[in-house]
Write a protein that binds this ligand. Structure first.
Ligand SMILES: C[S@@+](CC[C@H](N)C(=O)[O-])C[C@H]1O[C@@H](n2cnc3c(N)ncnc32)[C@H](O)[C@@H]1O
Length: 199
């Protein structure tokens, strides 16, 4: 399956081990400049928990890290149990609370929602934002190297914008780079939409 995500995939544990100790994702850092509320945040596909740690450091009273596997359990064990919940569940099975989060951080996470479940799960994610809350993260575009990979969802720019139509777009940066690389250094065409949207 050359060219698909699974051709590149070395496992989420290895991905998280490689990402441990990295700085928070720049889009999250930028997003926190745009919101003063620091009540509750959720980190979707939290991986190495670098963004979860940043949310805790930035003073969020409650941070939930959601991931299908406990790939950063040792790091999670160092976080304050009163403010941090490590929720091990797929996006598809998670019961998203309604109007609960000031920030939904979804860095390189939403594309891994099963396409058949995507409309329902994306609607639940959107509804989990408080009014005024921010959705921060990426959708992948139809020109991405991995487009068509089983289990992943991809969007044209038009369909991505349509998904966000009832949110206020604060950022919608199009990355369309045919000569880029994956985190592990393999050549890849990245076609991604980098999004900050307010409910
Ligand atoms: C590409 S990594 C991104 C990690 C981190 N957010 C970052 O920016 O580096 C995707 C993460 O989502 C998790 N994941 C993938 N599919 C998932 C699903 N269907 N439900 C929940 N988590 C999932 C993986 O275990 C992995 O930690």
């Amino acid at each position: 399956m050359a060219g698909t995500f699974h051709h590149y995939f070395e496992g989420w544990q290895k991905y998280a081990d490689n990402a441990a100790g990295r700085p928070p994702r720049p889009l999250l850092v930028d997003a926190l400049q745009l919101i003063s509320a620091r009540d509750a945040a959720i980190d979707l596909g939290a991986g190495a928990l670098t963004d979860s740690q940043y949310l805790l450091e930035q003073g969020f009273a409650s941070v939930t890290a959601l991931d299908s596997a406990p790939v950063a359990q040792a790091t999670a064990d160092t976080f304050p149990a009163t403010r941090f919940r490590y929720a091990i569940s797929t996006f598809e099975a998670f019961a998203f609370p309604t109007a609960a989060y000031d920030v939904v951080n979804a860095q390189y996470a939403l594309p891994f929602i099963e396409p058949a479940h995507f409309p329902r799960v994306f609607a639940a994610i959107r509804a989990s934002l408080k009014p005024g809350g921010l959705l921060v993260g990426q959708l992948f575009g139809d020109r991405d190297t991995w487009a068509g990979s089983p289990g992943m969802n991809f969007h044209t720019e038009t369909s991505a914008r349509a998904l966000l139509a009832d949110l206020t777009l604060l950022r919608f940066d199009v990355e369309d780079d045919a000569n880029s690389k994956t985190m592990s250094g393999r050549p890849k065409h990245w076609h991604a939409f980098h999004i900050i949207a307010r409910r």
